[in-house]
Design a protein around this ligand. Structure first.
Ligand SMILES: NC(=O)c1ccc[n+]([C@@H]2O[C@H](COP(=O)([O-])OP(=O)(O)OC[C@H]3O[C@@H](n4cnc5c(N)ncnc54)[C@H](OP(=O)(O)O)[C@@H]3O)[C@@H](O)[C@H]2O)c1
Length: 290
């Protein structure tokens, strides 16, 4: 039996991992799902004791501070969870001989590229959230833990708050919404990312992996927030008009990368993962929740 601890289990990714953990392919895994009320990833003694007592083999860190705008005024909190919490997990994984699967973000890049970012492209986060997530990556790499960092982007799910849910609400309340049309990325259904993580767990011989490998995972394709919003309204049958605006016209406390499409060649080649197109996944997700 492989004991897999999932932190931040009440978040979007955590909930989707819970749903998939019943899959018959995971029959060899014993999953332990915890969120901050049971296990605060910043609490070193608690994390260490919990992992030791439960003989944890693999940690999937789905816990994070994810409020991108709020992070600008709460840098202390963002760094406490996204940097220091990851450092605690990495140390405890080393002490308990466990493997760490950590999730990071496209916002570690500055968005000045014009082609999909590869894993080893230069990082240069431009907001507090991205900086705190990059600091977490650096902590993990410095600790000598065995593990992987999976960078993802624009997550949405039927659980929690996200762009899709906001658009659905606004689509019912308003006749029109204005959405930025000059930031490019890839919407990613958290269920698809969870499926990829399960696939990685199924395929990986955890006794053989060494060091920290970085992978990129998003759904396939790319679009702007404006195109994403337009698809949401159309697929959900909302008559609300979506109007394109530029980033400079949208009041935001945080600067976001203009282009953060991720290259997924490495994860596809390594784990033979079949990745769905973002709009197909959006359709499936909407069918589930509407
Ligand atoms: N959401 C996106 O668009 C996006 C994009 C790129 C990358 N990512 C990354 O993908 C991962 C999953 O994101 P998500 O959208 O699923 O996040 P999420 O929905 O915000 O869930 C994060 C979970 O972690 C919990 N948490 C916060 N602080 C904690 C702590 N100290 N100890 C334990 N748990 C704690 C949160 O609890 P509370 O709600 O009570 O705080 C929440 O349940 C994160 O690493 C995120 O940075 C997300």
């Amino acid at each position: 039996m492989l004991t897999v601890l999932v932190t931040g289990c009440n978040g979007q990714l955590g909930m989707e991992l819970r749903r998939l953990s019943n899959d018959s392919r995971c029959a060899f895994c014993r999953f332990l799902f915890v969120d901050v009320d049971v296990l605060d990833i910043c609490n070193r003694p608690e994390v260490h004791n919990y992992m030791k007592m439960n003989k944890v083999d693999v940690v999937v860190n789905a816990a994070a501070y994810t409020a991108v705008d709020k992070a600008e005024t709460e840098p202390g909190l963002a760094f406490a969870v996204n940097r220091d919490g990851v450092a605690v997990l990495a140390d405890c994984c080393v002490e308990n001989h466990a493997f760490l699967i950590h999730v990071s973000t496209d916002y570690v890049f500055d968005g000045t590229a014009d082609m999909p970012y590869k894993e080893h492209d230069q990082v240069n986060p431009i907001g507090v959230y991205g900086k705190s997530k990059r600091a977490g990556e650096e902590e993990m790499m410095a600790k000598g833990v065995y593990g992987m960092i999976i960078r993802t982007a624009w997550l949405y799910s039927g659980y929690g708050n996200n762009f899709v849910k906001t658009m659905l609400r606004l689509g019912s309340e308003r006749e029109q919404v204005m959405v930025v049309a000059d930031q490019h990325g890839t919407p990613t259904w958290a269920a698809d990312l969870a499926g990829a993580i399960i696939e990685i767990i199924v395929q990986t011989d955890f006794s053989k992996r060494q060091g920290v490998e970085v992978y990129h995972y998003t759904d396939e394709g790319e679009c702007t927030w404006f195109e994403f919003a337009s698809s949401i309204m159309r697929l959900a049958g909302k008559s609300c008009r979506v109007l394109p605006i530029s980033t400079s016209e949208y009041p935001s406390s945080c600067q976001r990368p203009a282009y953060s499409v991720l290259d997924k060649t490495k994860i596809k080649n390594t784990f033979r993962i079949d990745i769905p197109q973002w709009e197909d996944s959006l359709r499936k997700m909407l069918e589930e929740i509407l």
